[in-house]
Design a protein. Structure first.
Length: 200
């Protein structure tokens, strides 16, 4: 799949971006919540996209590493949505985040990366960042439809996000230092502690 620039988005209108995840990834098979699967989420978006105000749509992009095509599910969803879903596999994902009015995800790290673009995020599944104030947690299809009915009201707490991202940077993730010779140095003790915690 190509990674075109944002030129195609100049006349796109207002939209929410939904970067699709790898269907058989453990993040989906174990933690997809009420959607059950990527295909389940696509079908739910097709049903709820009609709640969007006039002039809005949802743009979807297949994961470039996915080995199974979702073309059939996407074709059905686009038809069922009454034109409110658009598949754009060509435009760069970060360009789509930047041009969007928000991001929808089951639990992709793209939702977390949307924080760097100051975008509201709707989380449908289980994610470590699915915390009210950081994102809008839509724990059911009805909650998703309610969020889509008023996309202008999607928001987040900037101070909470800043504190959360500072915690990830300064506490959670082991320190990585760029060395003058181009190598990187990782805090071995912090990394070992994280690995021990993950095994519990």
């Amino acid at each position: 799949m190509g990674q075109g620039d944002a030129g195609a988005l100049a006349q796109a209108g207002r939209f929410l971006f939904c970067p699709l995840q790898v269907p058989n990834d453990s993040q989906i098979t174990l933690f997809s919540g009420w959607t059950g699967s990527v295909e389940g989420m696509i079908a739910a978006l097709a049903r709820t996209a009609r709640a969007l105000p006039e002039g809005w749509h949802i743009r979807l992009k297949e994961h470039p590493s996915a080995r199974v095509s979702l073309a059939g599910a996407l074709d059905r969803a686009v038809a069922d949505s009454g034109g409110r879903l658009v598949v754009d596999n060509a435009t760069d994902s970060f360009a789509q985040i930047s041009a969007s009015d928000g991001v929808i995800t089951i639990n992709s790290s793209m939702g977390l990366q949307a924080f760097f673009f100051d975008k509201p995020v709707i989380v449908l599944g289980q994610a470590f960042f699915a915390i009210p104030g950081l994102v809008t947690c839509a724990g059911s299809e009805a909650a998703l439809a309610e969020a889509l009915a008023a996309p202008d009201r999607l928001d987040y707490d900037p101070a909470l996000r800043a504190a959360f991202m500072s915690y990830l940077d300064r506490v959670y993730y082991p320190r990585v230092t760029d060395l003058p010779d181009g190598r990187v140095e990782i805090d071995a003790d912090a990394l070992a502690a994280k690995l021990r915690a993950a095994r519990r």
